[in-house]
Ligand binder design. Structure first.
Ligand code: SAH
Ligand code: SF4
Ligand code: F3S
Length: 472
């Protein structure tokens, strides 16, 4: 089972290699589809859109790629190792293709967009390459392959939001689901490939977002995570211009669907997160007290060459605003170590920023130069690999201390937990998330089941998991 409601666990290897299954379809064409997703939550969410488009085209699915007629891999380019994993996976598919030459292999997502038709030259077994804005064209592209051609569509769009497509909930436990509220990114952080793989930022019709949340709630879902690369810059206006919705307003509209529907969101950008958003979170009990606020570096010079457009002071002020307006709010982050020209002192600033915030969770990476990005063009990737790694280890060691500290702070508190299912380790225990996004483990009982909210008294912790018992 995927851990869907850890929005910050959206980065490459964290959730790789999961097979995704499609439901039986209306107009079964007898062909079997297998789809596998890598990368961020946005990619997993896109696979649900792809599944929906192909279900309408009559495909049924299989969790076993060796029996599939079509094998799709939805790819990530964020770091080099994300791409290496995809290439290795393709090698495994080539054995199946040798046995079953009719099998169609498709590459979707960010790596498809980055490499375009080059993919067909570099990986001979690939038949079709499709970028993130071209999924509506899939039935047509498959027809082309059926006619004996290779097919590519990597056109990016300024409008496509797939707003009208009803995703097939592949990734879901029936309790929490993703809702994409925007696509693309206009920020141009110098290290980042996303603006190139996903194109310009565009926001989805606010009413289609609310409708999707309402439909999910009616189907028994109790948690939605609103997704965008920079949710704080969400901006939608009706065609006649009479109605304008910003992110704080969208959050409120979704929160009002039902007090029993939890609302999470990811990712917030430190330069754009407003007090209005923070006040909205504070106002609604069902908007979770959890913000993923990637810092990347704690040093102002490094932030400047990363083109993050905030400095250390600004970030600290935003954290203070969160503490002031939502005192119980958990904060998580992303950190990159060994960015171009980062000195030892500048790395220390990242460590001291961690001490200042004491993040509940963090996703930590060493810098990986991505071809074509502003950093690759302007700066030298001059920090030796062993130094990047050593800095990364220091960051990880510190985060472990902070995660443990934050978990320990919850001991003796009563957490409202949305039950997701059995714990990974035992059928005698349930697991679920607290408001602040901690995983909570507690004994199974007759009076409650997955999808219910329970109050759990926290008695002890592991590094970052809370363990307790249900109380009234
Ligand atoms: N839109 C989100 C991030 C999406 S990418 C945001 O702005 O925060 C997820 C994370 O991957 C980034 O926050 C960053 O920490 C990391 N990342 C992106 N490009 C990277 C690179 N070239 N090398 C290492 N880590 C990178
Ligand atoms: Fe990449 Fe920056 Fe956009 Fe995030 S905000 S996706 S890091 S360019
Ligand atoms: Fe990867 Fe693309 Fe997401 S590069 S992190 S799958 S937006």
């Amino acid at each position: 089972m995927l851990e869907l409601n850890i929005p910050s666990k959206e980065h490459d290897e964290a959730r790789q290699g999961e097979a995704l299954m499609l439901e039986a379809t209306k107009n079964n064409n007898g062909r079997k589809l297998y789809i596998e997703s890598y990368g961020c939550a946005m990619n997993f969410s896109d696979s649900e859109i792809v599944a929906s488009i192909l279900a309408d085209d009559g495909f049924v699915t299989t969790a076993d790629f060796t029996e599939a007629d079509i094998v799709f891999i939805n790819t990530c380019s964020i770091r080099e190792n994300a791409e290496v994993r995809v290439r290795n996976r393709l090698k495994q598919f080539s054995a199946s293709k040798a046995k079953n030459p009719g099998m169609i292999v498709g590459v979707l997502g960010c790596m498809a967009e980055r490499l375009k038709a080059k993919f067909l030259e570099e990986e001979k077994l690939v038949d079709v390459v499709v970028g993130p804005d071209a999924y509506r064209d899939l039935p047509n592209l498959i027809n082309k392959v059926d006619d004996g051609n290779k097919a590519v569509n990597v056109l990016l769009s300024r409008e496509e939001t797939y707003a009208d497509i009803n995703p097939v909930r592949l990734n879901s436990n029936g309790i929490s689901a993703f809702i994409s509220i925007m696509r693309g990114c206009d920020n141009m952080c110098s290290f980042c490939v996303v603006p190139f793989t996903r194109g310009r930022e565009r926001s989805r019709d606010a009413h289609s977002v609310v409708k999707e949340a309402q439909d999910l709630f009616a189907a028994g879902y109790r948690e939605v995570t609103l997704l965008g690369q920079n949710v704080d810059s969400y901006k939608w206006a009706s065609e006649d211009g009479t109605e304008k919705v910003n992110f704080a307003q969208l959050l409120e509209m979704v929160a009002l669907v039902s007090p029993d529907l939890r609302v999470r969101f990811s990712t917030s950008h430190p330069k754009d997160i407003t007090d209005e958003v923070l006040h909205t979170i504070a106002k609604y009990e069902n908007i979770c007290n959890y913000i993923h606020l990637p810092v990347q570096s704690g040093n102002s010079r490094v932030l400047e060459i990363m083109n993050r457009t905030y400095d250390r002071q600004w970030y600290m002020e935003r954290v203070e605003a969160i503490r002031r307006i939502i005192p119980e709010c958990a904060i998580s982050t992303d950190i990159i170590t060994g960015f171009c020209s980062e000195t030892e002192e500048e790395h220390q600033d990242t460590l001291s920023m961690m001490d200042f915030v004491k993040y509940e969770f963090a996703y930590m990476f060493s810098y990986s130069e991505r071809p074509g990005t502003p950093a690759a063009k302007k700066f030298k990737d001059d920090i030796p690999e062993d130094v990047k790694q050593r800095r990364l280890e220091e960051v990880i060691a510190k985060q472990q201390i902070h995660s443990h500290y934050r978990a320990q702070q919850r001991i003796g508190k009563v957490e409202k937990v949305l039950i997701e299912g059995f714990s990974k380790k035992s059928k005698n225990d349930y697991c679920g998330r607290s408001d602040q996004n901690f995983m909570v483990i507690f004994p199974v009982g007759d009076a409650y089941k997955p999808g219910d909210y329970v109050n759990v008294l926290v008695e002890k912790t592991t590094t970052a998991t809370l363990i307790g018992k249900v109380v009234e």
